[in-house]
Write a protein that binds this ligand. Structure first.
Ligand code: HEM
Length: 473
């Protein structure tokens, strides 16, 4: 697996015949296609409650690059991989992330990397990038496997029978939060995971709730006020830890928070906002992805057994003195491809949003400045011009690609974004998901309760959780 944190995951390669991307994208600088007024209102009304369905409908009926709304409420939907590539190739100064619909600011704060632009963003991203170096990513491997073993031990202990049905969604969520906290803040904060989970969850529920309930107000009442209080409670946990690390540093080179404190590049207020951002960004995304990986891997005939055989060879014995390292990861190619395939079909979320601050061209269309751009990894991952039989779950499609196929796949596999604002935690996410699925396959047999692919909820999670037949191997 490529753990270079400068590029969002180079594809490994594919044996399936690949269709040629269509020529439908225009070559000149054309205005964006616009559905009828009635259709626009119909889409906009449902966009935030049923985003998957609306995007698929818009794509099918009007194409992958479309504009909805007008004036300050103008939204371009961009789902064509070639057009998304154009967006990623634009200088970051062409866009703004601190825009009017960036509702995340309420939780992540005004100094967050997610809500900043220009020089501030550059400085904050540089400070954080040191936290995700290859050395650190490799250093986290034993911790990830240990945390996974503890979770599996707990799961086995909770089973009344050696083979039983269990919902692995909450199990995976607790595990992912534990890993994210250990990586970002060391073991001390991992012990406060439950407390942090409650604070985070309330903020996330509010931000992802109906837009009408999110009207900004400064009054000390209602759910918005509760989120501000939760954020203050989170800050005081981080402040205590910053103070402790200043007076008695642990010397833990793998702890991102300790690195930020000792580097001194960011103020304490900035550090608090980055920690709120990283934990929130790394928790729900990875646990939603893990849910889909387990459901799809268990329901794909023969795949779980292949994962188990690979894991038996690649992972050292549980409790063995030899620590696993990056060579362990390199031997987990099928687990890596299973995660990639799941992220192609079931990325957490549907689109990323940025605002154009200058006119930009994408896929031959001119997107006027002040347009909000919803670029969709969901549509790109299912585009039949880039992925043959796109709805088929097949990790082997990423094997043995020709250079041309690899270029197409690179354009259409964008769950972590691309360009200078790509996901800073993508390598951590890929490593943890690969190791978790491999360790689970080594120790448990998972089989589907129902082979029907569940619907995604508005938050992209599988509706109905992750019920699976669990047997101890
Ligand atoms: C499966 C897991 C994940 C997925 C699919 C994912 C996806 C994304 C995407 C699509 C973006 C780009 C948004 C844009 O262009 O506006 C992004 C940005 C970001 N992600 Fe992730 N992410 C994941 C896990 C993580 C983890 C584990 C962390 C950190 C612990 C993280 C931290 C961030 C940060 C800080 C940014 C903002 C980068 C910037 O603006 O410079 N993410 N992520």
């Amino acid at each position: 697996m490529d753990v270079d944190s400068t590029e969002a995951g180079g594809m490994s390669v594919c044996a399936t015949p690949w269709a040629e991307p269509s020529d439908s994208v225009t070559t000149s600088d054309q205005p964006l296609p616009r559905p009828s007024l009635g259709a626009q209102l119909h889409y906009l009304r449902r966009l935030f409650t049923r985003p998957h369905q609306v995007l698929e409908e818009v794509n099918e009926l009007h194409g992958p690059v479309v504009v909805l709304g007008a004036g300050p409420a103008r939204l371009a939907i961009v789902g064509d991989p070639a057009a998304i590539t154009d967006l990623f190739a634009e200088p970051t100064g062409s866009f703004r992330w601190k825009h009017k619909v960036n509702v995340l600011a309420l939780w992540v704060g005004k100094d967050s990397i997610l809500t900043s632009d220009g020089a501030d963003h550059h400085r904050r991203r540089r400070a954080l990038q040191a936290g995700f170096s290859r050395r650190r990513l490799n250093g986290w491997i034993p911790m990830i496997l240990d945390a996974t073993d503890t979770t599996i031990d707990r799961l086995i202990a909770s089973l009344d029978e050696p083979a039983q049905t269990a919902d692995l969604y909450p199990v995976g969520r607790t595990l992912v939060l534990d890993i994210v906290l250990r990586a970002l803040c060391g073991p001390r904060l991992a012990h406060r995971a439950q407390e942090i989970d409650v604070l985070l969850q309330r903020g996330q529920d509010y931000i992802e709730g109906p837009a009408v309930r999110q009207f900004p107000h400064p009054f000390p009442m209602g759910r918005r006020h509760q989120v501000r209080q939760d954020r203050r409670a989170f800050d005081s946990i981080i402040d205590d830890e910053i103070a402790r690390l200043r007076t008695a540093p642990d010397g833990d080179e793998l702890n991102v928070l300790e690195t930020l404190v000792t580097d001194g590049e960011l103020t304490d207020a900035e550090i608090r906002d980055q920690m709120a951002t990283l934990i929130a960004a790394g928790y729900d995304t990875a646990s939603t992805t893990l849910a889909w990986v387990l459901l799809r891997a268990a329901a794909t005939p023969g795949l779980w057994d292949r994962l188990a055989s690979e894991a038996d060879l690649a992972l050292r014995e549980i409790g063995s003195a030899a620590a696993p390292d990056h060579t362990t990861l390199a031997a987990l190619d099928l687990a890596d491809r299973t995660v990639r395939e799941s992220l192609r079909l079931h990325p957490p979320g549907v689109f990323g949003v940025r605002e154009a601050v200058v006119d930009v061209t994408a896929g031959g269309y001119r997107i006027p400045r002040h347009t909000l751009i919803a670029w969709s990894f969901h549509l790109a991952g299912r585009d039949p011009a880039y992925w043959p039989d796109p709805l088929r779950f097949d990790p082997d499609r990423h094997l043995d690609l020709t250079p041309e196929q690899a270029a197409h796949a690179k354009a259409a596999w964008v769950p972590f974004g691309g360009g200078a604002r790509n996901c800073i935690g993508f390598a951590l996410a890929q490593i943890e998901l690969t190791l978790i699925v491999a360790r689970l396959a080594q120790r448990l047999h998972l089989a589907p309760v129902d082979t029907t692919v569940p619907q995604a909820t508005r938050r992209s999670r599988p509706e109905g959780g992750v019920p699976l037949h669990v047997t101890v191997r």
